[in-house]
Ligand binder design. Structure first.
Ligand SMILES: [Fe+2]
Ligand SMILES: [Fe+2]
Length: 151
């Protein structure tokens, strides 16, 4: 059996993934310049991965007799990931991505704990897999941050 807390966290994570898709996509389009090319490519790839995360979270909600939220229930939260005024400000986008990944990591850690408490190993397993993906994203963008800070 699954707890209300598990369903709430799954729904939060779903909405966060969808917001991440929107902001990664937007920044992949908005950024300009030679220095932005690699970041844009990486963001485009991550759009597909984060969309896959949302899909898996939504399917899990359905298996628990719940459903993912639609846009009317949605509250935007990723302020630091808004496209920068200066379209060559790659570092601003990298910092925003790291905020989003840290936030996702915290949510999946909470979901792991909640699923374990609710004796829901399937959700726990999903949360562990997604946590591992987000930690890999964080490592990649920490590397970018190091490089872009030095320049
Ligand atoms: Fe994700
Ligand atoms: Fe991610």
């Amino acid at each position: 059996m699954s707890s209300e807390r598990v369903v709430d966290l799954l729904r939060t994570a779903y909405a966060d993934e969808i917001e991440t898709v929107m902001n990664y996509q937007t920044n992949a389009i908005v950024l300009d310049g030679v220095r932005a090319e690699e970041i844009k490519e990486s963001l485009k790839q991550d759009v597909q991965e984060e969309l896959g995360h949302a899909e898996q979270l939504g399917q899990r909600l359905k298996q628990l007799d719940a459903r993912p939220p639609g846009s009317v229930e949605f509250t935007a939260r990723q302020e630091s990931l808004q496209p920068p005024e200066d379209s060559t400000d790659v570092l601003a986008v990298i910092d925003g991505v790291l905020d989003a990944e840290e936030d996702a990591i915290a949510t999946y850690r909470d979901l792991i704990d909640a699923a374990e408490a609710a004796d829901d190993p399937v959700t726990e397993d999903l949360a562990v897999t997604l946590l591992s993906d987000e930690e890999a994203h964080r490592t990649e963008f920490r590397g970018f941050q190091k490089e872009y800070r030095r320049e």
